[in-house]
Unconditional design. Structure first.
Length: 247
């Protein structure tokens, strides 16, 4: 009800969103066509942090594969204001004391980065009798400021996580250094190679049920390169919502 006039607003007030989305989607299509390592399916997640709910609703209506937030509270508040069919992803650091509130409300948690968090997700998911899809966050460039496992820690973690029945590990995620896109290409390539290597190792172990398909990588300044290097999900915020002052 709240967005009853959204149809009209989409054509006028939110025309810039339609334009930005069309450009981003064209970029993704081009990168898919040109990148030797590009995935067949690439999901566009609109990162809606700090963006008001009516604008996020317009973006969802215009067509993205998901909406991504990095804070639990902000995600839950906007979720209440948006259509129930909106698909949400948590991409920011998750504290163990917020796990109970967020599981079951998101398609995927992209920011699994400690065993303590994995155990808490398992415990709370078991209590709710649900399975929680997660991505393992990897700090490929070993930046002090970033969360995530070191690449060398990932294989042990994957094997241990495979024994948690209510947590499903679907792939890997990384936040690349803030640098020109071509400079971070090796980071994206390394995440892809790590995923492929984990899958090769896992295949050799008969009772290990692990297939990592997803690669969540690429933001506004580097999503084209990320898609060329095999991203299956890009997380794009300011290129869709920001920088412009049409409102
Ligand atoms: C904010 C954020 C993004 C999107 O950043 P933009 O540069 O605005 O596209 C992507 N991933 C994470 C984890 C973020 O926190």
């Amino acid at each position: 009800m709240m967005f009853a006039f959204l149809g009209v607003r989409l054509l006028t007030e939110f025309a810039y969103l339609a334009e930005n989305l069309a450009e981003v989607k064209a970029d993704i299509a081009k990168a898919k066509a040109e990148g030797t390592h590009a995935a067949a399916n690439v999901k566009l997640l609109a990162v809606s942090k700090t963006v008001p709910a009516d604008v996020v609703a317009a973006c969802w209506r215009l067509g993205v594969d998901g909406l991504a937030e990095n804070r639990v509270q902000e995600l839950l508040m906007k979720q209440e204001e948006l259509p129930a069919d909106a698909k949400w992803h948590l991409i920011g650091h998750l504290q163990t004391n917020k796990v109970r509130q967020i599981i079951g409300r998101v398609q995927m948690i992209h920011s699994l980065e400690s065993w303590r968090l994995a155990e808490e997700i398992e415990k709370r998911a078991a209590a709710q009798n649900i399975i929680v899809p997660c991505l393992l966050e990897v700090n490929v460039a070993a930046e002090d400021s970033k969360f995530g496992l070191a690449p060398a820690e990932v294989w042990d973690f994957v094997q241990a996580a495979a024994r948690l029945p209510h947590l499903r590990l679907d792939g890997l995620m990384t936040v690349a250094p803030n640098a020109p896109a071509e400079e971070v290409r090796p980071v994206f390539a390394e995440l892809r190679e790590l995923r492929d290597e984990i899958n090769r190792q896992a295949e050799k172990i008969a009772d290990l049920q692990v297939v990592l398909q997803e690669l969540s990588m690429g933001m506004s300044n580097d999503y084209k390169v990320a898609v060329e290097e095999g991203a299956t999900m890009v997380r794009v915020g300011s290129r869709i919502f920001g920088g412009r002052v049409y409102r």
